[in-house]
Design a protein around this ligand. Sequence first.
Ligand code: ACO
Length: 427
Amino acid sequence: MKTGKLTVGDKEIELSVKVGTENEIGLELGKLRKETGVITLDPGFVNTGSTESAITFLNGEEGVLRYRGYPIEELAANCDFVEVCYLLIYGDLPTETELENFRDSIRAHTMLHEDIRSFYNGFPRDAHPMAILSSVVCALSTFYQDALDVDDEDQVNTCVHRLIAKLPTIAAYSYKKSVGQPLIYPRNDLNYCENFLQMMFAVPTEPYEMDPDFVQALNLLLIVHADHEQNCSTSTVRMVGSANANLFASISAGIAALWGPLHGGANEACVAMLERIIEDDCNVKKYVDMAKDKSDSFRLMGFGHRVYKNYDPRALIIKKACDKLLSKMDRDDPLFDIAQSLEEVALNDPYFVERGLYPNVDFYSGVIYRAIGIPVQMFTVLFAIGRLPGWVAHWTEMHKSPSARICRPRQIYTGPGAREFVSIAHR
Ligand code: ACO
């Protein structure tokens, strides 16, 4: 198909068609309003492509996810997270030298400016770490004013390396603040995941012993979260970035979007739901019935996805890892048992089958996070650390695109027509 035709009233217009690598077809509607006076109306952007992108391909019907052409299953089995960051941001898998240079640069930026530590005294002890993460990331733009020019490739690159290096430090500090422990400095002799775990769990009074299985599980979780094309937070990063806001500010906005319980916050909500079911005599059926009841706003958290109407491939990888980790630890987590029974009941229920509702990436990730000792309020923070390379890759792709314009959707106004002003004495 080279073009498409659209009839609006008595007008027919020819629209050009964009065909993607995997034969996805997009009708280019840019001239629709100019030629017909109408706009498209698509709440939630269910049917709207906001951009062309060469970063991630996903096919929700067939459960396929690839970063830069590589299947997620192969990347999860063979790479570490830093290598996947390089792939997403620069477009190809790195050579050994490229990877070593990238790792060195990331290591060089892990510390936070000492003055940032004082910010943590200002937040209430029970502040949600996502709020801290978003605020401190935005505040980085006040400390690194030497690299805020969005049109300078070197400055942007420095900014990217700083963000990848510092996000785990910012995140771990927010946790230490919440438990009243001293903030632990990064250690550059450790790898990315090891360093994060030591900043989270080490204390100055005794040596911290790292479990390599935890490091491996964390690495896997970060990889499967690394990108997911035009989701809510990534679209937010692109939207904010389209106004030429600097990278720190754009990522800070993405973190805020990810915090929402319908997006990244779902893993936290999912664990809360599983705990509620356990407290309620493990009555799985009751909760499945509640989720089906249209007069009840309750939804099965960790179920359903805007794009995947078949199994989420990330959920498969995580479920396997979860199983392996728990059996290696010889640990029986009732949460994992309940999650499995819930999945079984839901997948055999016509309500869920007919709507293509399957467990998503968040359904099992919380169970692994719990197993490695990550507290519930930090789950979405871990998601943000994982998603960072995706956000960055999209932000830079957008800036390099010759067709990039400020994002500015239109609307159909449904409020009152023009009214005569009534002074306050007469209302
Ligand atoms: N439990 C029960 N019913 C559901 C669920 C659910 N979790 N998800 C969707 N449905 C139903 C809806 O009620 C709707 O039913 P209807 O056709 O009878 O009206 C139908 O399935 C389609 O649902 P929509 O809300 O239209 O689907 P949408 O694509 O807008 O939403 C979303 C996707 C937000 C993920 C939704 O499935 C949901 O709320 N899930 C729970 C929260 C969650 O797990 N979010 C994580 C998403 S993954 C991520 O961000 C990493």
